[in-house]
Design a protein around this ligand. Structure first.
Ligand code: NAP
Length: 162
């Protein structure tokens, strides 16, 4: 099972605000996110789930929270109380690939387990307090870059795994 981070990052490293909003709305980037993740499980932190409001359609939404009271009645969403537990569930269910979709807290914990990263680098800076975590760039090999008007999508594979 491939574990893949997918994220969109402004030039100044911002991925979001503490109020939970996405600081930009770029249709083409959302379309790329949807097309890439559609049909596969997506793992996210409780705060990111709350910014979405509803599960993403066509994907099993796995929400990570420490809260024993958090529940969500929807066939498209399940709750786990640890990232490791969620990853074990996906491995046992034999998914070909799964996507880690944020936010920062989840990206930070996931980076050591991740095989690939699909990062959209936005061509602008944004206002916000939540940054993509630092990672060791020398661990990653860029395998593809697609250029769009407002962003570039770069695929990275962990060195030694391709
Ligand atoms: N640009 C992008 O690509 C992108 C993607 C996604 C999100 N975002 C942005 O990122 C921001 C949210 O990121 P964030 O870092 O604040 O929050 P987050 O990672 O979405 O969620 C954090 C929450 O996840 C739960 N959690 C984290 N690690 C856990 C663990 N090991 N075990 C159990 N529960 C765990 C906790 O929930 P409880 O508090 O319920 O225990 C924690 O408060 C928003 O602004 C959002 O818009 C941006």
């Amino acid at each position: 099972m491939k574990i893949i981070i997918i994220a969109a990052i402004a030039q100044n490293g911002v991925i979001g605000t503490t109020m939970g909003e996405m600081p930009w709305h770029v249709k083409e980037e959302f379309a790329h996110f949807k097309n890439t993740t559609f049909g596969f499980p997506v793992i996210m932190g409780r705060k990111t789930f709350e910014t979405l409001g509803n599960p993403l359609k066509g994907r099993l939404n796995i929400i990570i929270t420490n809260s024993q009271n958090f529940s969500f009645k929807d066939d498209g969403a399940i709750v786990y109380h640890s990232l490791i537990g969620a990853l074990d569930y996906c491995r046992k269910a034999n998914y070909e690939k799964i996507f880690i979709i944020g936010g920062r807290e989840i990206f930070l914990q996931a980076i050591p387990f991740v095989d690939e990263m699909i990062l959209s680098f936005m061509k602008f800076s944004a206002k916000g307090e939540i940054l993509f975590p630092e990672y060791n760039e020398t661990d990653w090999q860029k395998t593809e870059e697609k250029i769009f008007d407002q962003f570039s999508v770069c695929n990275f594979v962990r060195k030694g795994r391709n």
